[in-house]
Design a protein around this ligand. Sequence first.
Ligand code: NAD
Length: 408
Amino acid sequence: MQNNPFQNAMTQLDKAAKIGNFNPEFIQLLREPNREIRISIPVKMDNGSIKAFEGYRVEYNNALGPYKGGIRYHHDTDINEVKALAFWMALKCAVAGIPMGGGKGGITVDPKELSKGELERLSRGWVSRLSDILGPHKDVPAPDVNTTPEIMSWMADEFEKITGDKTRATFTGKPLENGGSEGRGPATGLGGFCVFEALQKKLNLPDKCIVAIQGFGNVGSNAARIFTENGHKVIAVSDANGAILNENGLDIAALEIYKKENETLKGFTGSKEITNLELLALPCDVLVPAAFENQITESNAKDVKAKVILELANGPTTPEADEILYKMNVAIIPDILANSGGVTVSCFEWEQNLKGEHWSEEQVNQKLRPLLDDASTKIFDISRKVNTDLRLGAFILALERIQEKMYK
Ligand code: NAD
């Protein structure tokens, strides 16, 4: 059965509500987004025809600040996925301690099937349909799967054309030359690594870890590079076409070049091909899902041999798998903590745009690490105090912060 990510998110909420000290009315409110919008975006195709695409924006909760969250382009994207992602964004911003609420957007489309011109018209169309609800103090989108800095640039430009807003603060993840922040590209991978380091000793991991990473896009490839640069051994990575393994460690810098040139990981020197399922079951210290939801489920959780799972993707582990892994003593560093570096640097970009400043990468990273260290320690302590896993510890921290703001 295909897991519905929103149902999974609500199961997680129910579990946290049982453990924490929350007003039942507050939990009930969190079961629905403040607003969900479906749009139809007509796009003039290169052959002169007009094709309509389905798009979404979900504004989940803005107690802590403007709605914030990426826009996903994928042929499987639907309203349930976007609602789940928007809910997790609300909690993620609360965990990271940034003044942002949770939102998410998407378009059901396989961007590889569009020409560059069609992709630009589609992206501008999404903004034009939604410009009334977007804005630096209302709703601030960002990139997600298959949305690039260039797409954010088109969107920021379209928003400025429609509204006259010149701050550039309505979209984050933009290219540097168009108001982007230093360090935004690697921020999610780097943030994940900071969280890993903050918890490494507490979770009894060795000094030098063996790592397997599912997904080699923005998040997975940056994580692979950063783990390797810090002396850990990345033995396997994968993309939508399959996985590769080298038990002696992959040369990630060479692999990045190879992937760019060949558009595949397969055939990389010294590696052998395995399946994505085999990657998830490799013996290693840290398994990093960095692709999509619902990868570790009731059916394959028992095969996991990693000591720790660092969730850089959103929602990669289902609630049923969570329970199996908890009994197996596999610690899961949850998505709303592990991948919160991305939205945190997005928040820094928004702040720089509003103040007309430009911070160096060093400044950005110096601001990022303490926030993630603090969140990691608090979540670890909560999970130990109430004798639960790190996911529920993270939910409790986030829900307490949102509840406090809504009921003060
Ligand atoms: P991306 O589009 O850059 O990369 C996705 C990667 O997953 C690609 O390498 C793709 O080939 C691979 N993939 C697709 N299907 C796969 C499969 N079945 N098995 C293995 N690999 C597969 O996207 P991204 O920005 O790297 O995002 C990855 C995940 O991280 C998503 O869950 C996203 O929501 C989450 N995330 C991203 C950011 C960000 O800053 N980009 C921030 C927080 C969370």
